[in-house]
Design a protein around this ligand. Structure first.
Ligand code: NAP
Length: 276
């Protein structure tokens, strides 16, 4: 091993580095990853990136045909992928999904909680109680409940890594997206609050906050050129991001490259303003 020849002080610099260990560049070899909303957009990009890095990936979303399409697409790329339907807002779906992942791959090392809804576009005062309930149930409560379900299985493996998908809208309010933005800000808090609690379980929890990314979910903000330019100007970004650009950030956070990163939310937003 090349490090053995180094003087002690220098050797310590490289201690624990997966990139300098001479090992496989497949950073997630032997790991099992669970990705919610993994059948399209950012989630599908994440499933691909983790699979390419060597993980066995168990993905889910609400619709069976989407799950089937995503699984077939990724298997066609030679990746080890399976999946099941799961509406993350339903407790029984979440439990079935976690059990199905365990039955299929025997473990869970990584969770990427990526599902979200935005049923309301307009002023906050026009959002009724059922809208707030739905946004918080799917975007926030479901993430916390999923963490609760998977951590005992990560403990059995000696630890794990979790990423909660937030949004730039959690940092700066976006016009018309009030309840959604508030729910994404809550995820910043959830990451921060969970992190010290999960330290004993050797589970690192972090967040990713994408800016405007080209996907079906955000189409109302980019399909029309004038709307797109206005949204980018308000955010302070020059262009839309691609799902794969967010996926690379998730890969970093769940990999050993981020072994000393916990309780943080990484903004992946092309330079958009992101200070609370
Ligand atoms: P997308 O391409 O439209 O994909 C949405 C995915 O979510 C689909 O796989 C959909 O599949 C699934 N889904 C929707 N509701 C679900 C539910 N209740 N339970 C489980 N799965 C559900 O969306 P995206 O833009 O990639 O968004 C993914 C995440 O990134 C979200 O958390 C979003 O808030 C965040 N984000 C996106 C942007 C952006 O500009 N695109 C920016 C910041 C943050 P089914 O229809 O089969 O359920």
């Amino acid at each position: 091993m090349w490090r053995a020849g180094l003087p002690g002080g220098l050797r310590a610099v490289f201690e624990g580095s997966p990139l300098s260990s001479g090992g496989s560049p497949r950073l997630l070899e032997g790991k099992v990853a669970l990705v919610t909303a993994g059948t399209d957009g950012i989630g599908l990009g994440v499933a691909e990136a983790l699979g390419v890095a060597g993980a066995q990936v168990f993905l889910s979303s609400r619709r069976a045909h989407n799950v089937q399409r995503a699984v077939e697409t990724l298997r066609g790329r030679g990746l080890q992928v399976s999946g099941v339907t799961c509406h993350v807002g339903r407790a029984e779906d979440r439990e079935k999904m976690v059990q199905a992942a365990l039955d299929t791959f025997g473990a869970i090392d990584i969770l990427v909680s990526n599902a979200a809804v935005n049923p309301h576009f307009g002023p906050i005062l026009e959002a009724d109680e059922s809208t707030w309930d739905k946004v918080f149930r799917v975007n926030v409560t479901a993430a916390a409940m999923l963490v609760r379900l998977v951590v005992p299985h990560m403990e059995k493996r000696g630890g794990g890594a979790i990423v909660l998908m937030s949004s730039i809208a959690g940092y700066q309010p976006m016009r018309g997206l009030g309840p959604y933005g508030v729910s994404k800000a809550a995820l910043l808090g959830l990451v921060g609050a969970l992190s010290p609690e999960l330290r004993r379980s050797r589970v690192r929890v972090n967040g990713v906050a994408p800016g405007l990314v080209r996907s079906r979910f955000s189409a109302a903000l980019w399909e029309d050129e004038a709307v797109r330019e206005q949204a980018l100007k308000e955010l302070g970004a020059d262009r839309l991001g691609a799902p794969a650009e967010v996926a690379q950030a998730v890969l970093f956070l769940v990999s050993p490259l981020a072994s000393f990163v916990a309780g943080q939310t990484l903004v992946v937003a092309g330079g958009a303003w992101s200070r609370l």
